[in-house]
Design a protein around this ligand. Structure first.
Ligand code: G6P
Length: 630
């Protein structure tokens, strides 16, 4: 059957359920927005406080506004605020609270107001709902509910959810069943968490955006003492490392003592495995750093070595799959897309093997070239990016296999792929991706070496490079980049050029600088300058030139000369110093791994440019860490 590349709006109504009994990814539209969800049910009495703490670890998912509802001493307390997550004002949240839901919002429907912040309540106030995603048919549902006497206080799509659950509850009297039947009426992709004060229950439902359950046990007890339900593991890892993943089309219901899982469409119960999370808690925290972005840049002292540490047999198997595939395609978004683009050069130069790169959002235009024996390699930090999931659907529909290179274990992409390689960078919290990129580059380079039957050489090179990164990221080096940022932070335009794998790194440099410092930065292939962009160069324009001790060197130095002749200030980045440089950032020589090293000082420069310009690099405007919207 020919695939429908545009997809059809996802609806968990009878249509999708009749086909397979489970709502499949390819029935759904990727419309869900970022937002962070947290919930707790259990024996603790500080459910309000832990919800706020948990929410702070999800703030990267949205930071327009936030809110909490907690059942404390029989009463449902609510607090909502605009802006970044602060402290809860009411002291009542600190004790006697054993049930809570909380939310950090990135607005889609309805402006950033206290009223529009989640949780939203049912008419009788006994049901509080937090939600990630969009109920696409909310206008229709709201009209019907209004006709039944429901009043709406916000402009959000979310508010129809508690009201509809309330209506369904009147029919069945069972809260989980009421959430389930309400879900059958929602169009779109979402994650919902609903609290019910009367039955003391939390019910979660997922059709797109992630929801993970943390199971807490007191030492020596087999029975659980409480359950956390959140959009991401760092929200509760302080309390437990035992998790259960909710899959698309599934729900979970808990009273704090036990939990049950079921299929949203059929209501059938589902068994769930418990998985132990192995990463260290401190990896998910800022430690002594002022911002996550700087911490994560510095994490690269170790994270690249972790990425390289892959099972050699697996890497060889993957190389063989690429060799045999009738067409290998590489897709990703944003920074991950730049890793894919660099890999195109790795595969060409190192393995003389052709692979096809496309940004994930463009991939479906090439679906004609996919065959059952094609291979799609998807690269993603979060493992949740909608455009990447869509590309996977397109490939799957043609019978092609999918290899995922991801950072987040258990993410949707990880679980949906035929095969996954984890880059093991540890949690990346800053919106601007840094250590995930270098991990992705390292894994892709390793595969290119395996494809050229030189895996050992590749591994040695990468481990040496990882150790060179460790040396490079010393306090003097970081200070040098801060000084450079001080010099150029008032410039409104900045240009970066590169050739070969340094070209995608020039594009990545531009993204990094744009997204955190809001300086207008543009990256070009050095050879393209003379075909247009050089017209932008004025006296003093800062131009970064990425170099390596490789065959592209002479060409890129000529391009630097062309810029210099128009008055540009040349900032050279690479292992050797040249006359044409006004400034030089020395980076250890790393041969075919040079791109991995060269991008690191630019990440730090972008960070310092943001700080010098008074911006918070961890919370860039209009952006989110993981974009689950198409
Ligand atoms: C967002 C982030 C970027 C990231 C891109 C892809 O736009 O702001 O930093 O590169 O998504 O995300 P992924 O999680 O798939 O790597």
């Amino acid at each position: 059957m020919a695939e429908d590349v545009t997809g059809t709006p996802g609806r968990l109504g009878s249509g999708a359920c009749d086909v397979k009994g489970v709502p499949r990814l390819h029935h759904l539209h990727y419309h869900a927005r970022m937002c962070g969800i947290f919930g707790y049910a259990g024996k603790r009495t500080d459910a309000g406080v832990i919800a706020i703490e948990g929410l702070k670890n999800l703030e990267y998912r949205g930071y327009d506004s936030w809110g909490i509802a907690s059942k404390c001493g029989g009463e449902l307390l609510i607090e909502k605020n605009i802006g970044a997550i602060g402290e809860i004002k009411s002291e009542d949240f600190s004790g006697r609270c054993s049930l809570s839901v909380a939310h950090t919002r990135w607005a889609t429907h309805g402006g950033v107001t206290q009223r529009n912040a989640h949780p939203h309540l049912s008419e009788d106030g006994s049901i509080a709902v937090v939600h990630n995603g969009i109920v696409e048919n909310y206008l229709e549902l709201r009209r019907d509910l209004k006709a039944k006497g429901h009043t709406f206080l916000s402009e959000t799509d979310t508010e129809v959810i508690p009201h509809l659950i309330e209506e369904e509850l009147k029919k069945s009297g069972d809260f989980a069943e009421a959430v389930r039947s309400a879900c059958m009426n929602f169009d779109g992709r979402y994650a919902i968490l609903a609290l019910h004060t009367k039955s003391n229950m939390l019910v979660a439902a997922r059709t797109g955006s992630p929801l993970i359950i943390g199971v807490e046990r007191n030492a020596g007890h087999a029975a659980a003492s409480g359950y956390f339900i959140a959009s991401d593991i760092p929200a509760f890892i302080k309390h437990t490392r035992v998790v259960q993943y909710l899959d698309d089309g599934e729900m979970a219901a808990t009273n704090g003592r036990s939990i049950s899982f079921m299929d949203i469409c059929t209501g059938e119960s589902r068994a769930k495995r418990e998985i132990k999370i192995t990463y260290r808690l401190e990896q998910a925290q800022k430690g002594d750093y002022e911002h996550f972005m700087l911490k994560e840049i510095m994490d690269q002292k170790e994270s690249v070595a972790r990425a390289v540490n892959q099972d050699e047999g697996e890497i060889r198997t993957i190389a063989e799959a690429i060799r045999r595939a009738k067409g290998t395609f590489l897709v990703g978004c944003g920074t991950a897309a730049k890793a894919c683009m660099a890999a195109e050069y790795f595969f060409s130069v190192i393995a003389e093997h052709h692979v096809n790169f496309a940004p994930a959002s463009e991939f479906k235009m090439f679906h004609h070239f996919l065959k059952p024996d094609s291979l799609l390699i998807v690269v993603s930090q979060s493992g949740e990016t909608a455009d990447v999931l869509e590309a996977m659907r397109v490939a799957r529909d043609k019978g092609a296999k999918v290899l995922a290179i991801v950072n987040v274990e258990g993410s949707t992409i990880d679980r949906d792929a035929d095969y996954t390689l984890l880059i093991n960078a540890g949690p990346e919290r800053a919106v601007a991706s840094t250590k995930a990129l270098t991990g992705q580059l390292a894994v892709l380079l390793l595969i290119a070496y395996a494809l050229s039957e030189r895996l050992k050489d590749g591994k040695t090179l990468l481990l040496e490079s990882a150790s060179a990164i460790n040396d490079m990221l010393n306090p003097r080096f970081v200070e040098r980049l801060e000084e450079l940022a001080e010099k150029i932070h008032e410039n409104d335009d900045l240009y970066i050029i590169g050739k070969s794998w340094n070209y995608p790194m020039a594009l990545e440099s531009a993204i990094k600088i744009q997204e955190v410092s809001y300086v207008h930065a543009e990256g070009f292939a050095g050879g393209e300058l003379k075909h247009g962009p050089i017209a932008l160069i004025e006296k003093g324009s800062p131009c970064i030139v990425l170099t390596g001790a490789d065959e592209a060197l002479q060409d890129i130095l000529s391009n630097a000369q062309e810029l210099k002749a128009r008055g540009a200030m040349i900032i050279g980045v690479g292992p050797q110093k040249f006359e044409v440089f006004d400034e030089w950032i020395k980076v250890p020589e790393a041969g075919t791994a040079q791109a991995i090293l060269n991008i690191i000082p630019i990440q730090a420069l972008a960070y310092f440019l943001a700080v010098k310009r008074g911006k918070n690099p961890d919370m860039p405007r209009n952006l989110a860490k993981s974009v689950t919207v198409k």
